[in-house]
Design a protein around this ligand. Sequence first.
Ligand code: NAD
Length: 306
Amino acid sequence: MKVVIIGAGAMGSIYGGFLAEAGNEVYFLDVFQEHIDNINKDGLWIEGTSGDRYIKNIRATSDPSEVGVVDLAIVFVKSTITDLAIKSNQAVIGENTVVLTLQNGLGNIEKIKTVVKEGQIISGTTSHGANLLGPGRVKHAGHGATVIGELNGETTDRIKKIADVFRDAKLEPVSVSDNVMGLIWDKLLVNVGINPMTAITGLKNGEILDYPELESLAEEAVNEAMLVADASGITLETPDAVTHFKEISRVTGENVSSMLSDVINKRRTEIDNINGAIVREGEKHNIKTPVNALLTRLVKLKEEQY
Ligand code: NAD
């Protein structure tokens, strides 16, 4: 399969690397020139949970015309720049291209829709974890499940085929869901609790639960988000989102969340696509979300202090 990764940072490099190793024709489209140059010169270095190796059969570029039209485009930029990345790279999308987003947060599908027909978009969630170590070098920090699905919930031939391509690339476990929006919101609700609390306090994921004040604030944020999910017509796969958020905080207790990592590295966070998105969706349905609004403002204050 001819595949392009739009935004081949930490996660894009893992998916693209595995797909290339399995013999797919893989291209990386990114704007990080040193990363592109190192991959083209020496290959992509992956280390960590899946072993240490160079993957040489990847062509990296910042120019979509060097890639041409692909079968599958996987969008893995941060949610803050999905609109820019999809518009500037739309030359790789033909009428039969399927565009997959496995990004965190809300709003990615809507942004992709501004240049891609809705019927060509599929979505999902990933429980892999990765960090970019430097140009051309990525750490596979955790191997987890990939769940993909059609936006209308149908189990089509193309979604089964893409799941098989992922399985053949050793990205197992891979499954197809008929409720992909429910899964995206499940993950969103966990991030609503963990991400801002860790970004604001500098604590690791599990440490939130050591402080009753923080734990209850995170619970309130998740409860608000559950009301918004319900009003938005979302059927959560994990209905008790508060228990789920605490479970994930515990299981990933030693991890630095992606939002805290962004704050530490003075990068723009995905707060507008997580708690900020809950506030915006809440407004549409007349649901008050004061805790999410406050957390959004506090994380933005952090960003202003860089
Ligand atoms: P990242 O910052 O490592 O990678 C993003 C890449 O996009 C970078 O290489 C950057 O150079 C590139 N980019 C920026 N502008 C671009 C443009 N205009 N066109 C093409 N490329 C561009 O981010 P990440 O950690 O891989 O996260 C990507 C998404 O996956 C986020 O939504 C994140 O929340 C989600 N996610 C991350 C993890 C993780 O462990 N890192 C786990 C699950 C989900």
